[in-house]
Unconditional design. Structure first.
Length: 210
């Protein structure tokens, strides 16, 4: 068996310019102040170097020395543990477990809806996905009156999951009721004006809210 070897000495993230999971990782890298090379690639024409290191030929892929991570949520937790300051996961086990469950539900429900809309925006499935997002985001909007961040008094990894999705609502054609928009306004301002979030945006992502 031939084992592929990473020849790069600097942490490298392979992603494209609009992928929501790559955005998550870039956001965490910026929050941590981690120096990394960002290689923007076409998902349909991946470089051989990446194909040699990632058995699934997928992006985003984070490479750190001899480690290759091709699942975004694993990459995010790895970065939080590898670079512990500032910490983005709760300290207490029960709170940490609840945070992981929250992010899991985002992936299973909201991110699934996101991909349904992106893959076939005019389909009946996309219409249902838009309604699910609108209803769910409206239902939880009131919690932002009580906490400055996502179910927390502190900025956490859950915000790094949630913010890229909120940023993309205009391109998903998802419009929240005015009452919900009012609840989200201060939160979105707080997150979207963070220097790390601004740094994480690609030119293509900036156009999503131009």
């Amino acid at each position: 068996m031939v084992v592929a070897v990473n020849k790069r000495s600097v942490m490298t993230l392979f992603c494209d310019t609009t992928d929501i999971y790559g955005h998550q990782i870039r956001f965490v890298l910026a929050e941590k102040g981690v120096t990394a090379e960002i290689e923007f690639v076409d998902a349909k024409h991946l470089p051989q170097e990446l194909l040699d290191l990632n058995p699934y030929g997928s992006i985003p892929t984070l490479i750190d020395r001899d480690l290759t991570l091709y699942e975004a949520h694993i990459a995010l937790e790895y970065l939080d543990e590898r670079f512990p300051h500032p910490p983005l996961m709760p300290v207490y086990p029960i709170v940490r477990a609840n945070s992981r469950l929250t992010m899991y539900r985002m992936r299973k429900e909201w991110y699934k809806a996101y991909h349904t809309i992106i893959d076939a925006p005019k389909s009946e499935a996309a219409k249902e996905a838009r309604k699910l997002l609108q209803d769910d985001l409206t239902a939880i909007s009131v919690m932002f009156k009580e906490k400055p961040f996502f179910m927390s008094d502190d900025f956490t990894l859950a915000d790094c999951y949630f913010a890229p999705l909120l940023w993309r609502l205009p391109i998903l054609d998802v419009t929240l009721p005015k009452v919900a928009q009012k609840h989200y306004l201060s939160y979105m301002t707080r997150i979207f004006e963070r220097p790390a979030f601004i740094e994480s945006l690609t030119d293509d992502e900036k156009k999503m809210r131009a």
